[in-house]
Design a binder for this molecule. Sequence first.
Ligand SMILES: [Zn+2]
Length: 494
Amino acid sequence: MKTIPRIYCASIATETNTFSPLKTDLKNFKETFYAKPNHHPNTPTLCSAIFPILRKKKKKGEIKLVEGTATWAEPGGLINSKTWNFLKKEILSEVKKAGKLDIVILGLHGAMISNNCVDCEGDLIKNIRNILGPKVIIGVTFDPHSHFSKKCEVNADIITVFKEFPHTDFVKTAKDCIDLSIKTFDKIIKPTISTFDVKMMTILPTSKEPMRSFVDKIKNLEKNKKVLSISIIHGFMAGDSPDLGAKIIVISNDHKKFGNKLSSQLGMELFSLRKNLAPKTFSANASILKAKKLSQKSKKPILIADIWDNPGGGVAGDSTILINKAISMKLKKVAVGSIWDPVAVNICHAAGEKSIIDLRFGGKISSSTGIPIDKKVLVKKIKRNAFQKFGTSYVPMGDSACISFDGIEVVLNSNRCQTFSTDLFSELGINISNKKYLIIKSTNHFYNSFSPHVSTIIYSSVNGIYPNNPKKNKYTKLIRKIWPITKNPHVFYI
Ligand SMILES: [Zn+2]
């Protein structure tokens, strides 16, 4: 008779921008998303899709399940050591109390750094391995914007990573991790991990070439019987880590040599594409000028993405640089979403809808994100606990408000979050089809939701607090040679 595996699952995730003026503590985790064991909602969050999938398997009688804690903090600055120690202890004590386990499934991000630990995920997986021993199968999901360490590689059996950026495949990634872990338990497969250090740091949106074809290629390669899974770690340039940069992970079915060869071939192919991977970007001034010119012939709005003032990358999301440019160039029919400003939101809520007030908003967290804007504004709409959807997950925007002045409408929110979807505007009563310009804050997660509604997307590289140039970033932990800091870090291979 088939043995049913006993599985423990947990999710602990954030993305740490070590250069950010923000800091991260337990309050940030608890306020963003914190579910005690057995209290995870039925809908997934980006890094916790393992929960609803495992519950379905439990319902079908395919597994026994011990649910652990699931938590996520909106990306921010360094985590204080007390918070990391608390979260780690919580997970490890749950593992110890879980009784005999066959499989552990973890939904992690992979770029968590605290004051006292530069590789939180590696530390966590290693500690779980030490508690449970070598026979228990450990499966992990990661976000590609992560630092993949040796500790993660040697202590996990299965590693799957979102292939898409925007991360539209987070549920499938969780499903793949669970299926491969159960097949390993059933001895149907023997996973063998091969990795390759691409020695490169750039951004790799999969909504454009050449990354689109590269991801499609690895999906096809996964149909090869020797291959169980292929993942690409993109790296996260705002985290000062010794493991920073792109990596390839090939999990073969007990074909180590084949896996090694494939991972290095794919890695060098990706490296050869390095100069064309990031989207073409424009300065703040050039972005607004280009949008103004294009809008004359366009029936749909022009979208300007403020790609670096993205709360999803650990910054505040309160930069006013692009809005101030739009104001100075007298653009009308503009919608901006969103500016993180809980104080301004409170004032709008207290004033009430349809009131006209003097309001100062934005530009509060750093001297390099523009000056606060002072305007007489109409409070068009206020909303408690606004949400936007990203795939099947709900992203809380917190209490929010829509203000209007000089032909410009701005969404203000109180829960830091990037612009994932057009819901961000419709929740606050803004019809984007009536606008000529949309200014949003996201690097690429906005893409799938917005692209059908806009004629052009302008990726705007506004210099602010985000460390967007690896050549200039003052890394202290990174000692490996990576491009573009080193022109050719693979000198011995070429
Ligand atoms: Zn990511």
